[in-house]
Design a protein around this ligand. Sequence first.
Ligand code: F6P
Ligand code: MG
Length: 440
Amino acid sequence: MAVTPESLSGQDVGSFAYLTIKDRIPQILTKAIDSLHRHKSEFFEKHGEEGMEAEKKAISLLSKLRNELQTDKPIIPLVEKFVDTDIWNQYLEHQGHLLHDSDEKPRWFYSPWLFVECYMYRRIHEAIIQSPPIDTFDVFRESKEQSFFESLESIRSLCACLQETLGTPDALHGERLKAEFFKFLQISLWGNKCDLSLSGGESRSQKTNIINSLEDLKPFILVNDMERLWSLLDKCRQAQGSAAVRVALVLDNSGFELVTDLVLADFLLTSKLATEIYFYGKMIPWFVSDTTARDFKWLIDQARQSGHQGVSKCGGDWGRYVETGRWVYRDHVFWTLPHEYSAMAQVAPDLYAELQMAQLVLFKGDLNYRKLTGDRKWEFTVPFHRALNGFHPAPLCSIRTLKAEIQVGLQPGQGEQLTASEPTWLTTGKYGVFQFDGPL
Ligand code: F6P
Ligand code: MG
């Protein structure tokens, strides 16, 4: 078994990890501070003087964090009691270092990038929970809602497309069913391009119409295991009888991407390729645009109240799926810890056991891919199964656009060829994968 390579980190000057820690993360912190400033009067209206004090305190805590980062101060333990504070501080103690057992304190540019970036978002959350009564404020809420409203045109055509498909009986059988499945999978893949942490919080709303460009986008799919997804679900359907077919969807960004995921989930349920969908979101605001329980509910309510017929039909259906338990939304602290997924079985055995109950687990987005593969410097041709490093709760598939310098499971020469022709292929979100691990 090849040794597990070292983690990506900011110590590699010029690497994407380095540029993220040096440039993008401070930019995201500044936007979080700006968001607090912009809500000053709202805090005063709601909470009076106390709200003003709280706003000042949260801003000073975030400014202190930005200074620690920009002057590469040692990474310090979390101090505010929260459900995961102890787990974080244990991690900081034992794994926050690049060089294990070094008595040095972990540092921003000399610790695993995955840990450092997750830690930064968890420190934002700590600053907010330390500032009651604004301790439930989501500094990213405005940008998440703005990206939804800016994508409304695309959302309307996507919902209309789904309603048309669901209203065409023979679209839900045989070869047509497979083609429609592949269509909604690809729409969900390219929906992942819209993420605010890559753009440093600049709006990346969905403007072009993805549905009409699927053929043009096909060459940018570097690993395409859609056939394996189809044969797995089609086999389940044939053998189904009364057994449940659960598809777990580990969510990524809210806004347009979430709509593409709910559209895919609706299609899976209505076509009977699945009988229940479990959605996994984030317990705290995360990587700017990641979906929280509030974002999930807000989006379905927005759709339900829409004046657009296709959107409101979707919203009504989606609300009913949740109310009748065919769609289940789940929170778990593990998704906002810094751990690689190969650690889930021992850090969060309850979550691992729950994923084992699914017939298929779909992981959306780049951060999930980094955690599936441990954010390590694997060779491009290492098999995905090996990079998962023992994480096999159920047949799983990463549906990801590339936004970090890590990709496995490529053909010999494929990565080198891309680097030669397009040096930024790993980090612009322009390329994507459907990467499956499960029974042949
Ligand atoms: O730096 C870009 C970045 O923050 C990566 O660190 C992270 O993996 C990615 O964006 C998040 O993308 P996604 O929303 O697809 O997980
Ligand atoms: Mg994200």
